[in-house]
Write a protein that binds this ligand. Structure first.
Ligand code: ADP
Ligand code: ZN
Length: 709
């Protein structure tokens, strides 16, 4: 049989994705293969369809128990005999699988790698030869990969013990050359054919936003009708965002490693089964989740490197429908990260984090930046990222950058951000006068710029390594900055987005899909899924339902033309879906207006941001402005601002804050807190004696409250 018609008949897909056919051809010709396909590229079909074309049994080695079950459920739905052996099955189930194997009635057997040195399993397999050994997540064999599993090293010995060597097909989404070579070596693949597909995920739109209100922007990005993952970097932040979203009335789950296993499992299941569309998680979430209709992945903080970012972002749109990956960041993230880099001794981690900082600040095509990082050549801008679509305005700030740098050069020693901004804005405060900075020619040079604008440019200078950060948060001009000072280089930054999400809402269904029918079909699917005890997408993907709602099949033959409907599913489900479609057509509802989805779906509970004064101060503080700077920017007294921040911190409404107090004094003040408590400031001040000011105590108090809330 032609491969295409087999694909259509068994899986209901009319065309192969890039690389699939070539890989299957190679396997069928008896050659070992290594297939490197991006997440969502369709690796499973490569060995599943090969298994169907080959005589006898295919053994699939997979490290993830949840994925095994998922795949076996899917195959069973498609009428393909498959089973798995792992630690979760009962003795009775085990016997049943062995029985099927003896009868030769299975096409695919999934096993965990640990099974491979089980003596009885080996002796069994020795008597029942296998045609194909497929190794999923093959990077687990390499200690250079990020997910090394020692049990994968047993695969080789296992193969050696077989009377006849099967074809060995390995698959991974890992991009690095080192890992790819290691897979070939460790698995001892025989003259393998290596297929490396582009890592591009053209259906994912990449967006980087530097919002002035991060949380407000987050709310705007949420469309509660579509599946979405929000990644935050700490457990505490996950808890916080989860609470905030819950209070706003969203059905939301959370997931992080600090939760009980049961809770985590529940959260995961709720998400997979469409009970909640929204999950807030640390990067612990996502491994082994095969949900294909995630429409958006939002990063609330800067991830630690581009590899993790791309992997996490890649969980969007595995169904190849339009999806979006959004990175939200503050310039403060960059300062904080650079400062952390300066303190850490892990050279590799530092370089990795640098790539992420560069990405966040990159003003060219974001996709090309990623692809080039993974070693791919790119030529044209992609046309589907926030840079290409012109959604962020790029402004040239070379002149301003020169002003800042020359001011820093004149200030000679390393000062913090605040002091530099003060000099440029012409402040006459005590510290300026003490240092005689009011006599510098650059004093007041940027008095027409806001504090925020100057800080943003300084942060960009830091991101591009024209300014370095010491381990005490002091800033210095690097040698590289010469090119900028002398006009040989230029600097452009992205203009902040002030809560205007220009990016169109990700289109959820194609224009000619009837939304109402689609919802009805979803209900049918959910009932079937509940009756069969499988996740909904195993019955049909959203894409299949959309295709159904657009093709409106009238009989089983037409039903077969729907994407994802093969002969088995057609037999099984035509009877459930066709009548519903007929009824819908008969009711005449489809003649109504061509549904505009976005109007309905964009009615999120946003808009009610009550920016009480103290919360506004908190927003500024989270962006790295000191209370003093906030006071100037908002035309308030510093004490008022400090009171604002204390209130916000006490209520848990201040997420990031770093007090500008010398570390040794900070320690003394914190010790006083522990001795005396933090109810009122006066006794603390008295205890600490003269030289510590009330403001310093307040600064440290806020930090103390933020860190402990
Ligand atoms: P991965 O490479 O991440 O393992 P999967 O094998 O899980 O990807 O495939 C991702 C999704 O794409 C699945 O829902 C799968 O059924 C679907 N898919 C795979 N091949 C095709 C194809 N040729 N046409 C349409 N959909 C496909
Ligand atoms: Zn682009």
């Amino acid at each position: 049989m032609q491969l295409e018609s087999a694909l259509q008949q068994h899986f209901g897909y009319s065309t192969f994705r890039p690389g699939q056919k070539e890989i299957i051809d190679t396997i069928l010709s008896g050659r070992d293969t290594l297939g490197v396909l991006p997440t969502g590229g369709g690796k499973s079909i490569c060995y599943q369809l090969s298994a169907l074309m080959l005589p006898g049994l295919t053994v699939v080695i997979s490290p993830l128990i949840s994925l095994m079950k998922d795949q076996v459920d899917s195959l069973t739905q498609l009428g393909i005999p498959a089973a798995y052996l792992n630690s979760t099955i009962s003795n009775q189930e085990f016997q049943q699988v062995m029985q099927q194997l003896r009868q030769g009635s299975l096409k695919l057997l999934y096993v965990a790698p640990e099974r491979l040195d089980n003596a009885s399993f080996i002796s069994f397999i020795r008597q029942h030869p296998i045609s194909l050994l497929a190794i999923d997540e093959a990077h687990c064999v390499s200690q250079w990969g990020f997910d090394f599993r020692p049990s994968y090293r047993k695969i080789n010995q296992f193969i050696d013990q077989l009377p006849k060597r099967p074809v060995v097909a390995s698959f991974t989404a890992t991009a690095t050359d080192l890992v790819q070579k290691d897979i070939v070596k460790q698995l001892d693949l025989k003259q393998p054919e290596v297929f490396i597909n582009s890592f591009d995920r053209p259906n994912i739109k990449f967006t980087v936003l530097e919002p002035s209100h991060r949380k407000a922007t987050l709310y705007q990005l949420i469309n509660h009708e579509e599946a979405m993952i929000i990644y935050a970097s700490t457990r505490k932040q996950v808890d916080k965002l989860y609470e905030d979203l819950r209070k706003k009335g969203y059905a939301v789950s959370k997931y992080h490693a600090g939760m009980e296993q049961e809770e985590r499992k529940q959260a995961q299941n709720d998400f997979i089964n469409d009970q909640t569309n929204l999950v807030v998680a640390t990067n612990a979430f996502g491994m082994g989740i095969d949900k294909t209709d995630v429409r958006k992945v939002i990063h609330y903080n800067l991830p630690k490197d581009l590899e993790s970012y791309y992997q996490e972002a890649g969980r969007a749109g595995r169904d190849s429908l339009a999806a979006e990956a959004v990175l939200l960041y503050h310039t403060q993230d960059i300062m904080t990260n650079k400062y952390l880099i300066a303190q850490s001794s892990d050279q590799l981690a530092q370089e990795r984090l640098e790539t992420m900082i560069q990405y966040a600040n990159f003003t060219g095509c974001l996709r090309n930046y990623i692809l080039q990082y993974f070693g791919e050549e790119t030529s044209e801008p992609c046309g589907n990222c926030s840079s290409c679509l012109g959604e962020v305005k790029i402004v040239d700030v070379t002149k301003e950058a020169q002003m800042i740098l020359s001011c820093m050069v004149r200030m000679k020693l390393n000062f913090g951000m605040t002091m530099i901004v003060d000099v440029l804005r012409g402040s006459q405060n005590q510290r300026i006068l003490e240092n005689k900075f009011d006599a510098l020619s650059t004093h007041g040079l940027m008095k027409n710029y806001s504090i925020q604008q100057i800080r943003d440019i300084i942060s960009a200078l830091v991101a591009h390594r024209y300014i370095g950060v010491t381990e005490y948060r002091g800033l210095y001009v690097t040698t590289q900055a010469k090119s900028l000072i002398f006009g040989e280089a230029s600097l452009a930054i992205k203009e902040r987005s002030y809560n205007e999400i220009t990016s169109a809402q990700t289109q959820r269904t194609s224009p000619n899909v009837d939304h109402e029918l689609y919802e009805v079909l979803r209900e049918v699917r959910l009932k079937l899924a509940q009756a069969e005890g499988v996740p909904a997408y195993i019955i049909f993907s959203n894409k299949s339902l959309e295709d159904m709602a657009s093709r409106l099949p009238k009989n089983e033959t037409e039903f077969l033309t729907v994407e994802g409907v093969g002969s088995v599913k057609a037999d099984k489900y035509a009877g459930q879906f066709l009548p519903v479609i007929q009824e819908f057509l008969a009711s005449g509802k489809n003649k109504q207006k061509n549904i505009v989805l976005d109007e309905e779906t964009s009615s999120t509970p946003f808009n009610e941001t009550n920016s009480s004064s103290y919360l506004e101060s908190a927003e500024y503080a989270e962006q790295g402005l000191t209370p003093y700077e906030i006071a100037i920017e908002r035309n308030l007294t510093e004490t008022t601002v400090l009171n604002h921040l204390t209130q916000a911190a006490e209520e848990g409404n201040l997420e990031e804050f770093t007090a500008e107090v010398v570390p040794s004094r900070k320690r003394t003040i914190k010790e006083a807190f522990q001795k005396i408590g933090i109810e009122t400031l006066k006794p603390i001040k008295e205890y600490l004696a003269e030289e510590i000011t009330y403001d310093e105590i307040r600064y440290v108090l806020i930090e103390y409250l933020v860190k402990d809330s």
